[in-house]
Design a protein around this ligand. Structure first.
Ligand code: ZN
Length: 220
């Protein structure tokens, strides 16, 4: 009985994968094509519904990830991990990861941040930031960098991307894009100081990660 229910549940999960760029419905591979497809964007890497934030779910994402799974660490005071998801299928592995954190805005009220890592062309960061994408485009690094990431004793610049009602930053670490998307835009003040990120795939990290309620910024 439990198994039958499980089978039905995983079927629903597969059907509910969405396009990482537009969150539209996607078509599963067929006998003629091994790719998932979006009517609007063609071949895409299907985005799974966000998982309830638990350590088991996070470890499952980390095991499949072919890109970093970035966690701001240490977390800003009072912040919690509020969800995560990945884009990619069994064949490709996870080529785009997104992790949500929620906590107090330094300027008052609640705030949320998504941290996305992805291979070029996946379009998950631009999709979650509400930008046409899939990548930030050639002009994005034309100005001075706005903020700095610290990753394993290295620093990486971040550029601000124009966006309404939120703060969007993009950079590149180890040949993959890293996007930070913050709501409201005033929460971008969290990046006045360099932000330290750790890659959860790094086995040296055994972190006591605090989890909160699932963020509505990720596809449910
Ligand atoms: Zn699409």
């Amino acid at each position: 009985m439990a198994l039958a229910r499980m089978g039905r549940y995983s079927g629903i999960v597969m059907m509910r994968a969405v396009c990482p760029r537009c969150r539209g419905q996607v078509h599963a591979p067929t006998a003629w094509s091994s790719a998932w497809r979006c009517d609007l964007h063609g071949e895409i890497h299907p985005l799974a519904p966000a998982k309830l934030p638990t350590m088991d779910g996070l470890q499952a994402l980390v095991r499949r990830a072919k890109v970093p799974v970035w966690l701001p660490w240490p977390l800003p005071t009072g912040w919690l991990v509020s969800g995560f998801t990945g884009a990619g299928d069994d064949r490709s592995g996870t080529l785009g990861s997104a992790l949500a954190v929620s906590g107090p805005n330094p300027l008052g009220g609640p705030a949320e941040m998504l941290i996305i890592a992805e291979e070029p062309g996946v379009g998950l960061g631009a999709g979650l930031a509400g930008l046409p994408g899939p990548d930030p485009g050639d002009g994005f690094a034309a100005s001075q960098p706005y903020a700095t990431l610290k990753v394993a004793h290295h620093e990486a610049p971040l550029w601000l991307v124009e966006s309404d009602g939120k703060a969007v930053f993009v950079g590149e670490v180890a040949a993959s894009w890293v996007w930070l998307v913050l709501w409201p835009d005033t929460a971008g003040t969290l990046l006045l100081e360099p932000l330290s990120l750790c890659d959860l795939r790094d086995p040296e990290h055994e972190l006591d990660v605090p989890f909160g309620a699932l963020s509505p910024r990720l596809p449910a």
